[in-house]
Design a binder for this molecule. Structure first.
Ligand SMILES: [Zn+2]
Ligand SMILES: [Zn+2]
Length: 174
């Protein structure tokens, strides 16, 4: 569950606090979004914002995102190779290799996910990303935050700009 908001602005201020644990920020996370336009010639525009974070939370977030990559590898690479072994005649070796890859990748994914959880402080909101740039429409910028109190500070800081009401969004992936 996240809290979402849209603000009409080209320039935004972010609270100098970590978006995950609210401690004083000593780092930042680049949150970007891309929009693709055109059918024959596709032009992709990417915009990003630096959201303040503390180093501790940047570290556990990196581990959590890394775990996601290993989960994908387990199912994508390991699963794909194993499936290849099932589909071709006399492919038991391939099947075993695929299962071995999947097992190793899953072990790595769970280890990283547990490490991310263990590295969280009591004040942390989520093991993964606590802020996400959802994209823009003209000058309107949309964000999702894991913390309602962080969003409240963000709204205060940008109080002069036109803002939407706070909405509810899905959990941030990664
Ligand atoms: Zn933090
Ligand atoms: Zn944290």
């Amino acid at each position: 569950m996240t809290w979402t908001i849209t603000i009409a602005a080209q320039k935004l201020d972010f609270p100098a606090k970590c978006a995950c644990c609210l401690a004083a920020s000593d780092g930042s996370l680049k949150c970007s979004a891309s929009v693709s336009k055109g059918k024959r010639v596709v032009r992709t525009t990417t915009k990003s914002w630096d959201v303040p974070y503390c180093c501790r939370c940047l570290a556990h977030r990196r581990q959590h995102v890394g775990a996601g990559g290993w989960f994908q590898a387990a199912f994508g690479v390991g699963g794909g190779v194993a499936l290849g072994g099932i589909l071709i005649d006399k492919g038991p070796v391939l099947l075993l290799v695929g299962l071995a890859i999947a097992t190793l990748a899953l072990a790595r994914a769970f280890a990283l996910r547990n490490a991310a959880r263990a590295a969280m402080s009591r004040d942390c909101a989520v093991p993964g990303s606590a802020a996400s740039y959802l994209g823009w429409h003209g000058s309107e910028q949309s964000f999702a935050f894991a913390r309602q109190d962080y969003l409240a500070s963000f709204r205060d800081l940008n109080g002069r700009k036109r803002q939407s009401a706070v909405g509810r969004g899905r959990r941030i992936r990664g």
